[in-house]
Design a protein around this ligand. Structure first.
Ligand SMILES: C[S@@+](CC[C@H](N)C(=O)[O-])C[C@H]1O[C@@H](n2cnc3c(N)ncnc32)[C@H](O)[C@@H]1O
Ligand SMILES: [Zn+2]
Length: 382
């Protein structure tokens, strides 16, 4: 794009993307970032660190729409310096602004030495940002947020087991809720690092489009008493599709799968990963309420995404594609909503998965889900 062409408009920001990376399709992540900053501002105007700022669109939007106290925009690529200077020039009236072209490691190490912390650290990386997590968490103030993005999908979705072992120290097998598994591995890694630093961690919002895995987590002074029970393993039976979840704290033998002939089942186990909730619903409710009065900041796609996530707190960690239900019962199943209602009528927890469209989340045994689906349409389980 011509850096001197017409400026791009997004939210309250008008900016030149320059020759560097700007992805208009990632707008929902920026809209939700603005809403997160505004939640923090309800307590006090936040200090924000935009570690991989690109052309500076996030910084600009945080400052113009997020009621920010001070902002540090950084990108290691010196070519971005001109874009950042130009795009952020108008911010002097809004907040204190600092610009650098440092590597994120160097910047975070500098913050650690000077004991500088931020209420929101935005780490919008290409590829894997995992080596930065320890220093990034050190740079988050207590009760502040780390808003992390990774585009490293092959390892966590079970397509590169070596990469998953190296980056997460975890097993990653293929799972029907693959984007959710990627998020759970990412949160699990962040939780283990936060705990090793003596801190607690709580996921606030988690979402993915299969290319980027985005999570905002809140850093707590201490872990809650039961927090470690949320680190666990998930197993999928590649024979029948059943799923099991175990906390590492209460690890025991896997139950034999109902499909197992001669006692053997084809369980593919992933983890350790986060098996607790993916969303903090009170925060998402407040973000949704605020978004209604901010049509310029929150585009339609972002509003719809927030609505989906708000309805499903992301627990329990068992999720099946509607299409798999159809395959197993051998006929068109009831609609996902109808199946959710039937399971609830039977006293089970059931909800449309907010992270993975077209999937059902439930604590019901898989054979029960299939039997209720089949019964609703007069079919039978294959
Ligand atoms: C995904 S882009 C950022 C996009 C931007 N946040 C947005 O919303 O448009 C990632 C950016 O990280 C920068 N980058 C890559 N490695 C880095 C590092 N180690 N330290 C700091 N910046 C880095 C790249 O130059 C690139 O501009
Ligand atoms: Zn099975």
């Amino acid at each position: 794009m011509n850096p001197d062409g017409n400026p791009v408009l997004e939210g309250a920001a008008s900016f030149h993307p320059g020759q560097g990376f700007f992805n208009p399709g990632a707008r929902p992540s920026r809209d939700l970032g603005v809403l997160l900053a505004r939640r923090l501002a309800a307590e006090r105007p936040p200090r924000i660190l935009d570690l991989m700022a690109g052309c500076g669109v996030r910084s600009l939007r945080y400052a113009l729409e997020g009621n920010v106290r001070c902002l540090w925009a950084n990108d290691a690529d010196p070519q971005r310096e001109r874009d950042l200077q130009r795009n952020l020039a108008s911010l002097q009236d809004h907040c204190l602004v600092r610009r650098t072209s440092w590597s994120a490691h160097r910047l975070l190490a500098d913050c650690l030495l000077r004991n500088e912390r931020f209420d929101l650290v935005d780490l919008d990386a290409f590829g894997s940002p995992h080596s930065l997590i320890p220093l990034a968490l050190e740079a988050v103030a207590l009760n502040g947020l780390l808003y992390l993005a990774s585009t490293d999908g092959r390892g966590p979705t079970g397509h590169d087991r070596t990469a998953a072992l190296r980056r997460f120290g975890a097993s990653a097998r293929t799972h029907p809720a693959s984007w959710e598994q990627g998020l759970r591995l990412q949160i699990g890694l962040m939780a283990r690092i936060a705990w090793s630093q003596g801190r607690g961690l709580e996921p606030v919002i988690s979402f993915s489009d299969g290319r980027a895995f985005r999570t905002a987590v809140r850093l707590r002074r201490h872990p809650r008493s039961d927090e470690e029970t949320f680190l666990g393993l998930v197993a999928v039976c590649h024979g029948c599709g059943d799923q099991q979840v175990q906390s590492m704290r209460h690890l025991r033998r896997w139950l034999p799968c109902t499909c197992a002939s001669n006692g053997e089942s084809a369980l593919a186990v992933s983890g350790p990963l986060w098996i607790g909730p993916l969303q903090h619903q009170p925060t998402l409710d407040a973000m949704a309420a605020e978004s209604a009065s901010l049509p310029r900041s929150v585009c339609r796609a972002s509003g719809a995404l927030l609505e989906r996530l708000r309805r499903d707190r992301g627990w329990p960690a068992r999720s099946w594609p509607h299409a798999l239900v159809a395959r197993r019962i051998g006929t068109a199943p009831p609609t996902l909503q109808r199946l959710v209602e039937r399971l609830r009528q039977e006293g089970f927890l059931a909800v449309a998965n907010g992270v993975m469209p077209g999937q059902i989340r439930s604590d019901a045994p898989w054979p029960v889900i299939l039997a209720l689906a089949a019964e609703a349409v007069g079919g039978s389980v294959k």
